[in-house]
Ligand binder design. Sequence first.
Ligand code: ZN
Length: 516
Amino acid sequence: MTLDNKDLLNFKPKNCKFAHMEQKLFVYNTLTRKKEEFIPLDAPHVGMYVCGPTVYSDVHLGNCRTFISFDLIFRYLQHLGYKVRYVRNITDAGHLEGDSDEGEDKVSKKARLAMLEPMEIVQKYTVDFHEVMKTFNALPPSIEPTATGHIIEQIELVKSILEKGYAYEVDGSVYFDVEKYNQTQDYGILNGRKLEDMLNNTRTLGGQNEKHGKLDFALWIKAKPEHLMKWPSPWGVGFPGWHLECSAMSNKYLGHKFDIHGGGMDLMATHHTNEIAQNMACCNTNPANYWLHTNMLTMNGQKMSKSLGNSFLPHELFSGSHPLLNKGYSPMTVRFFFMQASYRSTVDFSNEAIEAAEIFYKKLAETAKKLTSLQQNALVAVDDEAENVIITACEDCYRGMNDNFNSPKTLEALNNLSKWINSFAATTRNSGEITAETFSRMKKTYDDFFFDVLGLKLDDNENADTDDLMGLIVKLRNEAKTNKDYATSDKIREGLKQIGFQLNDNKQGTTDWIRI
Ligand SMILES: [Zn+2]
């Protein structure tokens, strides 16, 4: 469905009848270095491409954060009613160890060392990656193309760039001519740097005599005889340069121009810069209108890295088996922890920070569990103040996400709604004092944001255990009260309070409890 400009301006996402839709979505665009209103090329359709993992080892936590961030963006756009085609590739060939076309192919090297077929490595780590993403409740992308599945498209792209005169062939390899490209285009458009600066800051690497310029990069690389993954091409047997696959696959599935291109911030300076150059050279257009980049994950203020021994894998985090961790944390706690920061900010991992996130997540999860059984009392006189505060909190959930997917702002609004839902559930406030419309809006907004937008779910086992345990304690306390053993019943109440549980007494005794 194609809408004309008038329709586009009036386009109202379908799920937001409650939200004030004069609110507009703004996103921070790396390309322009400012927040811009998000206007899709062909609403309600949105095309989004995110650079996926290179499947040669376990996905590390920083990568998980990137993909969880784009899952949040994908979910919110869908929540607003957009029909999103989300393409996230799998790099299964062509990604060399060094950034400047040097070193061995990462997948091939692993295969050689393990004496396995490269595709065995690819299969193992693709399956593992999918499992980790599922554990984090990240939705699968609409299309997940692989580099090896698109060799023909990549060869066609190299041919086209050669024809346009922005590449040259040397002894079976093809290189992109950055300095020639920069004569008519701006090579450093994405990171705002001048070519001269980049040239001055680039070291000359050995074995690169074939390249005309220091910044030139490989589009096609001649394979040495021992190289495992190679294909015939017009320039001889070889394999594609790493940056090429994303240009080829985004062109194929999203067209020459689409809405959002995303990835980790570490991809911006080289991979994405080269991708733009390739697309400009072949198709005369920057492929995406909005370039979004996620920031790093640090550990106690330091960059996470294997050599520093301060990086861990998702399963080590879940089990608590890494020496730096006090205990294990559920995948939902980790997802929640990531969302406590905006995707553009660094997240610093520490035991204290994730323990705080765990308490906060559990508190909001307890509230989410109450939603289905929460019924409104008979209406009485409307309390305008309560009404306004609740409506504002509902709108703030959208306001947060509309401000460049600012999840911490949305969590704050959700926390405000949580307080109201808990007080209505515990009957410390009379839910009959707000209109039926506001009551159902409050429930729907909480449900929508907790489950659909933030992608959180209830940690089943943990919640079931807590429920059972609390049920038993509440029963024992009620028995103590019936027996007029107030010393014991008070001791239980105070003891629970100290560890973060509040019992809510009513005429029937104690039936409800909340985390405080
Ligand atoms: Zn890419």
